[in-house]
Design a protein around this ligand. Structure first.
Ligand code: B12
Length: 227
């Protein structure tokens, strides 16, 4: 029997909360992206947080299948994420927060803390396994402490990268390593036939750590949302 189907049948009550969440998310190829307990003196929205997301685009067929049956919904990826992650929250007694909800919650700061990540020169966090090809779809918030340990800071791959092709490849020089010229980037991507629009951000694609690169159609979807 394949390992995944055995994992889905695991008796949920005997597993830790993180294991329960992982099992429920696996049905949609989403993953636990780490978590931590907030310090008591922090101005935090909860006592603990677990981040939900993906490395690579394994979630895409699940989302695309759902979208085929729900073709006219605005912000479809956000809506799908909400449906999936809200359901998990109910099962484990948590509530949810989403990266695009206003006011923005500091998802990247939480991710740095949960997964020991650091920012790439593009602003996107660099992951030791997924490279730049990962994102966060939501957060589970708890009014109790949970048993989870933040991951120690890993080797920062960008620190070992001398050439930094990400900084030399943007056709409009939007990334300086310190700043991101959002409007210059956006007005270029909006142009009909721009490679970044149809195949994804050229700077992000220049990163050599690309084993989990999203397929071009997935990148095009995200660029469309961006413009
Ligand atoms: C507003 C926003 C944008 C804005 C402005 C970014 C900016 N200059 O600050 C725009 C629309 C330009 C944008 C674009 C993209 N974004 Co954006 N964005 C956000 C959002 C919704 C809010 C950021 C924020 O203000 N947070 C509030 C502050 C308090 O939180 P913070 O953790 O301290 O914020 C950090 C970021 O602002 C970061 N930062 C600063 N400058 C830049 C520049 C870029 C490009 C990024 C990604 C981050 C970044 O530094 C802060 C300190 O850590 C976050 C989700 C979130 N809630 O954080 C996603 C988020 C940061 N974006 C993300 C992504 C992936 C992108 C895109 C690559 C999407 C795409 N097209 O595929 C693009 C990049 C453009 C490109 N060329 O491809 C991911 C990053 C994941 C990761 N691996 O690190 C996030 C976390 C969303 C997610 N669902 O995972 N984004």
């Amino acid at each position: 029997m394949p390992r995944t189907s055995r994992a889905v049948k695991m008796p949920i009550r005997s597993a830790s909360v993180t294991d329960q969440i992982a099992v429920l998310l696996a049905e949609e190829d989403l993953i636990v992206r780490g978590g931590f307990n907030f310090e008591p003196e922090e101005d935090a929205p909860a006592k603990a947080v677990i981040l939900v997301g993906h490395g690579g685009a394994g979630y895409w067929p699940h989302f695309a299948g759902w979208q085929r049956h729900n073709p006219h919904i605005a912000n479809p990826l956000d809506t799908w994420s909400r449906i999936v992650i809200d359901r998990v929250a109910v099962a484990v007694g948590a509530w949810t927060a989403y990266p695009n909800d206003l006011p923005y919650l500091p998802f990247q700061q939480w991710a740095m803390r949960a997964e020991g990540l650091q920012a790439s020169p593009l602003g996107i966090l660099m992951h030791p396994r997924f490279g730049l090809w990962h994102a966060y779809r939501g957060a589970l918030l708890f009014d109790r402490e949970i048993s989870i340990q933040a991951v120690a800071t890993s080797n920062h791959l960008c620190g070992l990268c001398a050439e930094k092709p990400c900084l030399n490849s943007c056709p409009v020089g939007a990334f300086s390593g310190a700043d991101y010229a959002v409007e210059r980037c956006r007005s270029h991507v909006r142009k009909e036939g721009a490679t970044c629009r149809d195949e994804g951000c050229i700077a992000r694609n220049a990163c050599p750590h690309d084993a989990y690169r999203y397929p071009a159609d997935v990148q095009a979807f995200h660029m469309e949302a961006f413009i």
